[in-house]
Ligand binder design. Structure first.
Ligand code: R5P
Length: 327
């Protein structure tokens, strides 16, 4: 029996990002698939698909945020889907956790982003959809296809909707690693960007920070992939404001926002922090504006199912001297 495309697709959720998964399924035009998790007394758990998925294209939405049970739950669901004869198993990982461990920059440490890629593939995943990986090269840790979506698809329309003349906007990267991203946004709007030079004493603790470039009288937009403790953003915003910027706002894809990060943002000179919903917000805040990735993930699923290009989903794809560059 040949299933038609709509019946062939099943979207399921792990427990980490269920609200987002539900919205993705709704935007796609279907209901979230029926799955449950059985809990043992000692904390062990067992996910189970409560419907047939034989011959289906199974999409499992789960950000791999802490605790690591979330990652393990995703691995178990992939294994369960394979053993239930799914045609294809696609992990939709809006936020790929542990991505900051993408290189061995000192002795005796693991390459955890690579280890997780190996684990997902050992479980039997056929494809990955993810967003704003901490480092592009993580894609190379996978042998299966990976569709890499970009926060710019959300942030660029938002920036265009701001009541600020384009020529007064200046993009900023809070560290050297993000300079390519800032450069691409700047190229898209036809304006410029500045960089902060940051040195860390240890993870989550900033040493010195210096500004490279002139921000005087500009409305500055800081860009990053992750906001964790908020230290980087708050320090960069303060430095930029003290250097003469008219306003500073931040647009960051993954709102990790650990500890008192939201308090720090509220007490900072940032006009606003714009984030996506790849990670559920710990608590609402008047300073934090959340843009949903639901339509973007649903559209990526639709195009993958129909073997359509997802190239023009990248709002900031630039055709520059014949070369296609993306954020
Ligand atoms: C680092 O390279 C990342 O892009 C972020 O800048 C970093 O993870 C932010 O961390 P925090 O908010 O703790 O300063």
């Amino acid at each position: 029996m040949q299933l038609d495309t709509k019946d062939q697709v099943c979207i399921f959720s792990g427990r980490a990002t269920e609200a987002l998964a539900r919205k993705v399924a709704e935007k796609y035009g279907s209901e979230l698939g029926n799955s449950v998790v059985f809990q043992y007394a000692d904390g062990e758990f067992q996910p189970s698909f409560e419907q047939t998925i034989r011959g289906r294209k199974v999409f499992i939405v789960q950000s791999t945020i802490p605790p690591t049970d979330n990652l393990f739950e995703l691995l178990m669901m992939i294994d369960a889907a394979k053993r239930a004869s799914a045609l294809q198993v696609i992990a939709v990982i809006p936020y790929y956790g542990f991505a900051r461990q993408d290189r061995k920059d000192k002795p005796h440490i693991p390459l955890t982003a690579r280890l997780i890629a190996d684990m997902l593939q050992a479980a039997g995943v056929d494809r990955i959809i993810t967003m704003d990986l901490h480092a592009d090269q993580i894609q190379g840790f996978f042998k299966v296809p990976l569709d890499h979506l970009f926060g710019s698809s959300l942030f660029m329309p938002y920036i265009r909707s701001l009541d600020i003349p384009t020529e007064d906007i200046l993009f900023a990267s809070p560290d050297l690693g993000g300079s390519r991203r800032a450069g691409m946004y700047a190229k898209t709007l036809g304006n410029s960007f500045v960089i902060c030079y940051k040195q860390r004493n240890k993870p989550n603790e900033i040493g010195i920070m210096k500004l490279i470039g002139d921000v005087k009288d500009k409305h500055v937009i800081l860009l990053d992939d992750i906001i964790d403790t908020g230290s980087t953003m708050v320090k960069a915003a303060q430095l930029i404001k003290e250097s003469g910027a008219k306003s500073v706002r931040a647009m960051i894809t993954h709102p990790v926002l650990s500890g008192d990060a939201i308090d720090k943002i509220e007490n900072s000179c940032l006009e606003e922090l714009v984030v996506s919903d790849t990670i559920p917000l710990k608590r609402p805040s008047d300073k934090i504006h959340v843009l949903s990735t639901d339509w973007l993930l649903a559209e990526a699923i639709r195009r993958i199912v129909n073997y359509e290009s997802i190239n023009d989903l990248y709002e900031t794809t630039i055709h520059h001297k014949g070369v296609i560059e993306r954020l």
